[in-house]
Design a protein around this ligand. Sequence first.
Ligand SMILES: [Zn+2]
Length: 385
Amino acid sequence: MHSQERTLFIFSDMETPTVAHVLKIIEGLAPTEAALPEDPVGLQCGDPDGPAGKVMVALDANGMTIKQALAASAGLLVTHHPLLFESLGPRNMRTPIGDAFTMAVRGGLAVYSAHTNLDASPHGINAALADVVDLREREILAPTGPDSFKVVIFAPKTSLGPIRKAVFQAGGGRIGPYSECSFAVAGEGTFLGDETARPAVGSPGRRESVSEIRLEVLAREGTLAGLLEAVRKVHPYETPVMDVFPLKGKAPGVGIGITGLLPSARTVGEITLLVKKALRLKAARVVGRPGRKVSRVAVCGGSGGSLLQAAWSSGAQLYISGDIKFHEARSAEEHNLSILDVGHFAPERFGMVRFGEKIHQQCIENGWTMKILYAAEKDPFTVMI
Ligand SMILES: [Zn+2]
């Protein structure tokens, strides 16, 4: 029911979108709740109510890309790596990142970073890499996002409207890019209050039977307490019955890294050539025999060493990632996992260009004729052959 393939926000009769309007599109494609804890995704600086103007897309938020965005008179710079990985104190404003931050603020440029939430998005970095090798039957390698709970509320039928409203306003019922998701079914509730009871329906000491609804809704860790409190405020019963079930695992279908099947078995060497061509790479590092035929492949753009175990546990024979260290490569060998290391820059830059195209497509569907520009960026590493 909840296809994540397409999310479109329509803003009618608006020709000059603000930064906030473009961010709504971005966060529809890559919801921030999927980001890893401590990852400072979101607006790094700038006025959300300012005009978005031209939008520049880049992998890194640094002096080089901010300078380019300002030179192009862009109103918004969208990056993968956050500008503010570390908090900026008065002492470190005179660092390269401090300078970049100051430059953006003085120039009136909004900077927004979609990092691990974009890794987890079906429109993101890993999905772009999985598309290169045409992975089928995709599954997530490492689920992310906060823990989820199913909240079940019993209430008289007549209270369904106000309770639903309270639940949604408190942040319940969000699934990926969808909000206000709930399920209700009618039934019969019974109760018998003792002489101290003050029942909203019936009287103490009398067995009552009431037409009730059972309302089910999803809540996240951070919103659960507020949601229960909001329901208590509008629920007519003296002691509302609310069951909270912790759900096993994280939000379904949201996470970092993808494992899947190739359309047909291919050798590691063939896949290497294919990926090198798509990512315009001069060289790539391979662990394992290039002639090995593989059919299950895992991918994770950027630094993928931490997901090695998830990759071999998924049954993958080949892991396409970057920044793999020596001991990680040895460990992969021991688990018969081949590795194609394409570096950090190429797959993430590739994924950001694809993400920029998705943003552009949705802007066009909203009737905005704004320009999406791509910053000129280079891999800091040069391959010497
Ligand atoms: Zn990265």
